[in-house]
Design a protein around this ligand. Structure first.
Ligand code: FAD
Ligand code: NAP
Length: 449
């Protein structure tokens, strides 16, 4: 049967999935509840899919955060080293325009239910402007993002001030003159603490463990490009060297009044921030330990300290969520996620996940390579290994990096290793910079493993 493919999402992952399917002459469309391309990078002050803030700039530099088919230099060479959310939105929309994807995207369309019928059939229920529709596709590509469903923490007692999640945090202005407590040590928490501290009466940040804060620049260069120079070194040794370099340049957490970083460098998703440590040393952000309990507006910390706050922003991460699947069909919310190359399901051959991995680096370059591999399979030029079940389990048991067992660490990959693993499966001429709409064809297949 000729493929007819539905892609859920027209964010950075969905558009590259669509582009690479269309490139191979495959009949494909994308469905997105948004009104334009960009996913998380369409900033809005109203509640939406997006979790970015007014001032968000990415944490991976532009050199390592671009599609090979359409680089930042081809888009706009003036884009900053660390682009803002708006530069990224424009970049993704320019990608969609360049490769003529817009006619193939149905906007304002919510995917409500995806039912797997057999290895050649999906029944997909959508809703657009109140109208519910069912449609049959041969393949389903899931690119719905994994930073939109807030994961709230819970503590004994009740907090009677304002309590929000970072997904709802949009800008600092509403926190003017308030006493703000930020929970978490990830990139959201550090960004939010820095921003609110510019206007608040007081800002504190509560960490349940110690994190290393990586500066955005080292030796005048974006830190990830400096780290890239050592990509030939095995990940474990490379990470140990990073930790030493950081200790020399930044110093110990204790110097800043922060909890010591007791885990290895790669044991948690990296936090990249140039301003937090500076704000702490200027007295604008106060480091605090974990929360023990609430009592009205009082927060009791692990060390017995009690302080009153007006607002709490829980920057405690996101659930992996696929609400269009029955929970007994697929539910990765608690992990593990046994998918070969984080994209191929061992049992459902007509199902792909694109962009559902967490690199120590940027997501969309890996999503682009995954998309090319998916397209290669659909035109019969690549065959999945027969022992895919075993390989998926192996990925779970032997991750690129051994990390602490907390919910955010179920889909981590090492950026350089992951890109290498994907490229190994692709033909040499995988980059395609002009829109091509090749007729569907079959030819000899390239099989690995
Ligand atoms: C504040 C913040 C900063 C970040 N910074 C970085 C960074 O520096 N580097 C990095 O690589 N990543 C970063 N991320 C992660 C971010 O999630 C990814 O960069 C990126 O957006 C992934 O693209 P995606 O297409 O997979 O998902 P998304 O951008 O989330 O796009 C998913 C799309 O699917 C659509 N969709 C979802 N469900 C449905 C449905 N049921 N029906 C119809 N449409 C649906 C959504 O509307 C959306 O358009 C950041 C995240 C946050 C919150
Ligand atoms: N500027 C940027 O580019 C930028 C900004 C924001 C976010 N992002 C990206 O967006 C993604 C999500 O980041 P995020 O910071 O929102 O979430 P995250 O990476 O999942 O971090 C969540 C933080 O909250 C902590 N936490 C979770 N539950 C907790 C609880 N019950 N009590 C106390 N602490 C708790 C986690 O601790 P553990 O260490 O124990 O897990 C971790 O420190 C990441 O990929 C990140 O890189 C990027």
């Amino acid at each position: 049967m000729k493929p007819k493919v539905a892609v859920i999402g027209a964010g950075p992952s969905g558009i590259t999935a669509l582009k690479n399917l269309l490139d191979q002459g495959i009949n494909a469309i994308a469905l997105d509840i948004n009104q334009d391309v960009g996913g998380n990078w369409i900033y809005s002050e109203d509640s939406s899919h997006s979790s970015v803030f007014e001032t968000t700039h990415i944490i991976s530099s532009k050199t390592l955060s671009q599609y090979e088919d359409f680089t930042f230099d081809e888009f706009d060479p003036e884009v900053a080293d660390y682009p803002s959310h708006d530069e990224l939105r424009r970049y993704f929309q320019a990608y969609a325009a360049k490769f003529n994807l817009y006619p193939f995207i149905r906007f304002g369309t919510l995917v409500k239910k995806c039912e797997w019928i057999d290895q050649e059939t999906w029944k997909i229920t959508t809703e657009k402007a109140g109208e519910v529709q069912e449609e049959i596709f041969t393949h389903l590509v899931v690119a719905n993002g994994h930073h939109w469903k807030p994961r709230y923490p819970s503590y004994p007692g009740t907090f009677t001030g304002e309590f929000i999640h970072s997904h709802e945090y949009k800008k600092a202005a509403p926190f003017a003159d308030k006493r703000v407590l930020v929970i978490g040590g990830g990139n959201s928490a550090c960004d939010v603490a820095v921003e609110t501290s510019r206007v608040s009466k007081k800002t504190a940040i509560s960490w349940r463990r110690g994190y290393r804060i990586v500066p955005k620049f080292l030796f005048g260069k974006p830190s990830d490009t400096v780290a890239e120079k050592s990509k030939w070194i095995p990940p474990k040794i490379r990470m140990a060297l990073n930790a030493i370099l950081l200790r020399i340049i930044v110093g110990k957490n204790e110097e800043y009044g922060l909890r010591p970083a007791t885990e290895s460098f790669q044991a948690t998703h990296p936090t990249v921030n140039d301003e937090l440590l500076h704000k702490i040393r200027h007295g604008k952000v106060k480091p605090r330990l974990d929360i023990k309990e609430f009592d009205g507006k009082n927060v009791v910390f692990e060390d017995g300290k009690v302080e009153e706050y007006d607002s709490i922003v829980a920057c405690t991460g996101y659930w992996l969520s696929h609400p269009f699947f029955d929970a007994d069909f697929i539910d990765y919310s608690e992990g593990p996620v046994p998918l070969y190359l984080k994209m191929f399901h061992p049992s459902y051959q007509n199902l792909y996940f694109i962009g559902m991995f967490q690199p120590l680096g940027c997501i969309w370059p890996g999503a682009e390579l995954q998309s090319k591999l998916m397209a290669q399979e659909l035109i019969g030029r690549w065959k999945r290994p027969k022992n895919i079940n075993e390989l998926s389990e192996k990925e779970v048991k032997n991750p690129h990096h051994k990390q602490i067992n907390t919910p955010r660490h179920t889909i981590t990959v090492d950026y350089h290793q992951f890109v290498k693993d994907l490229k190994k499966q692709l033909p040499r001429d995988y980059v395609s910079k002009s829109p091509s709409r090749a007729p569907f064809f079959h030819s000899s297949s390239k099989s690995e493993q």
